[in-house]
Write a protein that binds this ligand. Structure first.
Ligand code: SF4
Ligand code: SF4
Length: 373
C-alpha cells in the first residue's frame, strides 16, 4: 500500500518546531530523502512560479526547505518551471514572487529554455500521441514535485497531476507548435477560439491577459493570431461574459492530463520522483491567472508521497472534509459544509484525472496516512 505522510497546518504550541516550515523539514526527514536521491545527483524541484498578481503559490520558504533537505543528502537541486509567458518575463515573475537563487538556495531556471522551445518529444498515449517534455525535466535523473493544490476552471482540481502534465510540458514545440504541447490538452481538434460578438462587452481583458499578444480589436471586431496562439485558454477563462470559448472536452482533458503525466514520468527510473502537495491558500483558480482570490477553505497542511495517485487521492479526501470559508467565492455560491467545494465551484469531473492515472499504472488510490507528531 502507498505511504502518504501528512503534517497539519495547525500550530499546537508557539514554537518553531510547530511551524509549517519546521514540519516540512521533519516530513522530508521522515520520508528519508537519502533513499531516493544520490549524492551529487541533479534533482529538479518542480514548482509553479505563479503570475505577477497570483501570489498564492508554493512559498519560497517551503521550496528552500526542500532544497536544503536535498543538499543535506548531498544532491544538487535546482528549482524550475516551464515557460508560461515570455521566458525572461516569467523569470522576473518568479523574482516578484520571491523565488530566486538567494531565497531558495538553488539555481532557478526555465526547464524549457527562455523561448519555451527547449523540449524533447516523448511518446504519450492514445489521446496525445507524443508530447513535448521540457528538456531539463526530461534529462534530470530525479525530481521533487512541489504542487500548490487549488481549484482550476478546466481541471476542477489542480494538484500534482496537473502540475506535471501542464507544467513539465512546453506550451508548444519548435516545429509542430501547440499541438505537441499544453494546447493539445487544453483544446480539441483545431482548437480555434470562438468569439460571440453579441455577448462581448469589449472590456479587452482577453487581450490584456494573452501572453503572446495574439488578440486585438479593430472596427468592433476581435482578431487573433491563430498561428501564434498557444491554446492556453487564458483569454476564455478571464472573459466575464462567456463570449470567448476554446472548444474542449472535459473527459478527454482529464484523461490527457494523466497521459501527459505518464509521458513525463517515463523519463525517470522508479522511485526517483517525490511529490509534495501543499494544501494551503486553496483558492478557486490556477496560479497562472492574473490575480489570486481569497481561499475557499482553510489551510489543511502538507502531504508527501512517492506515489502520485496516493498523494492526489489523500489530498482530495482531505479537501472533501473541509468546510467552505465565509467571505469567499464558496460563500457567494452558497456551498454548504459537507459538499465537494472544488466540485461545486467548477462542476468538472476531476476524479477522471485520478481514475485514468490508476488505469495507466501511475499509482494506487489505496494509501496509509502517517501524521507527523
Ligand atoms: S488561447 Fe487566448 S490567451 Fe492563450 S495564446 Fe491563444 S489567444 Fe492568447
Ligand atoms: S474578455 Fe470577453 S467580453 Fe471582454 S473583450 Fe474579450 S471577448 Fe469581449
Amino acid at each position: 500500500m502507498a505511504q502518504v505522510y501528512f503534517a497539519s497546518a495547525r500550530v499546537g504550541k508557539w514554537r518553531y518546531e510547530d511551524s509549517m516550515p519546521a514540519k516540512l523539514e521533519r516530513l522530508l526527514k521522515q520520508v528519508d530523502l537519502g533513499s531516493y536521491f544520490d549524492p551529487k545527483e541533479w534533482v529538479a524541484v518542480k514548482t509553479h512560479f505563479g503570475s505577477q498578481g497570483a501570489h498564492r503559490i508554493v512559498r519560497p520558504t517551503f521550496l528552500r526547505k526542500v532544497v536544503d533537505g536535498l543538499r543535506d543528502v548531498g544532491a544538487r537541486p535546482f528549482v524550475c518551471d516551464t515557460v508560461r509567458i515570455r521566458g525572461l518575463d516569467y523569470l522576473e515573475v518568479a523574482n516578484y514572487n520571491g523565488i530566486n537563487h538567494l531565497s531558495v538556495n538553488a539555481p532557478v531556471i526555465l526547464a524549457d529554455g527562455i523561448y519555451g522551445h527547449d523540449n524533447i518529444m516523448v511518446k504519450a498515449g492514445e489521446i496525445l500521441g507524443e508530447i513535448a517534455v521540457a528538456t531539463a525535466i526530461h534529462d534530470v535523473p530525479a525530481m521533487v514535485v512541489c504542487s500548490h493544490v487549488k481549484g482550476h476552471i478546466q481541471a476542477g482540481y489542480a494538484g500534482a497531476i496537473k502540475n506535471l502534465a501542464m507544467g513539465a510540458v512546453s506550451a508548444g514545440h519548435r516545429h509542430c507548435g501547440w499541438k505537441c504541447g499544453r494546447g493539445a490538452m487544453h483544446a480539441i481538434g483545431e482548437g480555434t477560439l470562438v468569439w460571440d460578438a453579441e455577448q462581448c462587452t469589449f472590456c479587452y481583458q482577453c487581450a490584456e491577459v494573452c501572453p503572446l499578444d495574439c488578440i486585438d480589436f479593430a472596427d468592433g471586431k476581435l482578431n487573433y493570431d491563430n498561428e501564434k496562439c498557444w491554446r492556453c485558454g487564458r483569454c476564455a477563462r478571464v472573459c466575464p461574459s462567456n463570449s470567448l470559448e476554446l472548444p474542449g472536452d472535459d473527459t478527454l482533458f482529464m484523461k490527457s492530463l494523466a497521459e501527459a503525466t505518464q509521458a513525463v514520468l517515463t523519463t525517470f527510473k522508479p522511485k526517483k520522483v517525490l511529490y509534495v502537495n501543499f494544501l494551503t491558500e486553496i483558492q478557486p483558480e490556477c496560479d497562472c491567472m492574473p490575480a489570486a482570490e481569497v481561499p475557499v477553505m482553510q489551510d489543511i497542511g502538507i502531504l508527501v508521497s512517492d506515489d502520485i495517485v496516493a498523494v492526489e487521492q489523500a489530498s482530495i479526501d482531505m479537501l472533501l472534509k473541509a468546510r467552505p470559508l465565509p467571505s469567499s467565492l464558496a460563500e457567494d455560491m452558497e456551498i454548504q459544509a459537507g459538499e465537494d467545494i472544488l466540485g461545486r465551484l467548477h462542476n468538472k469531473p476531476y476524479h477522471i484525472q485520478i481514475e485514468e492515472a490508476v488505469r495507466l499504472g501511475l499509482g494506487s488510490r489505496e494509501y496509509e496516512l502517517t501524521t507527523l507528531e
